[in-house]
Design a protein around this ligand. Sequence first.
Ligand SMILES: CC(C)(COP(=O)(O)OP(=O)(O)OC[C@H]1O[C@@H](n2cnc3c(N)ncnc32)[C@H](O)[C@@H]1OP(=O)(O)O)[C@@H](O)C(=O)NCCC(=O)NCCS
Length: 204
Amino acid sequence: MNLVETRFETERLIMRRWVSGQVQAWFTIFGDPDVTRFTFGAPHPDLECSQRAVESTIRKSEQEKPLGWWAIVEHASGEIIGTIGLNAMPDREAAELGYHFRRTAWGKGYATEAVRAVVAYGLGPGGCGRILACIHPENGASRRVLTKCGFQRIDAVAYNGNPEERFTLTRHDVTWQVWHGAHLPSAGRRPSSSLRFVPASGCG
Ligand SMILES: CC(C)(COP(=O)(O)OP(=O)(O)OC[C@H]1O[C@@H](n2cnc3c(N)ncnc32)[C@H](O)[C@@H]1OP(=O)(O)O)[C@@H](O)C(=O)NCCC(=O)NCCS
């Protein structure tokens, strides 16, 4: 198994590691105030800012492997439409999930599809016992994505003065179907069935 070069394929998406030079794609996502509205940080003002962010993401992903961040590529167009990642928590038993899609990709079920795949990886061969996700209370679309993927709300807290709701999903919360850890990390294409899983709650 090659956990470092892990990529995932679902029916419509490819999740693969960010590489240097993919700056315009990053800027299209994070330069848009609609995308950053419910996330920490202002929209990127220019390509230089996105350049630094891409390089930092690549470095951080190297350090946090087998976790880290992936670019999300749409099969149909071959374009990068978003990014998704698992940040390792200090105890390495848990990871924090994050995801962002460019505006033109919203409303097609892509976030749900990508979260299911990355969560399956994280709770399987990624080695996490638990995945956390935090949302702004007004981010209804993100709450819906998490709920569809089986996440449970833990509580509402203030983080650096900003309100957020916290959600979690553990290995014990999911009932795996057609899934075998050894088949998941893949340097090549896998049938989407290898990523199927059903939340124990029956959501989605
Ligand atoms: C949040 C985000 C990832 C959702 O992506 P997406 O691909 O549109 O999500 P999906 O299509 O898989 O699912 C969205 C669901 O939310 C619902 N939804 C959309 N807007 C909503 C709103 N304002 N309130 C409640 N539900 C909403 C959709 O109807 C859909 O649910 P359904 O399948 O039951 O109809 C995307 O909007 C985004 O990138 N936002 C900016 C970055 C961000 O907020 N990231 C999350 C940080 S925690």
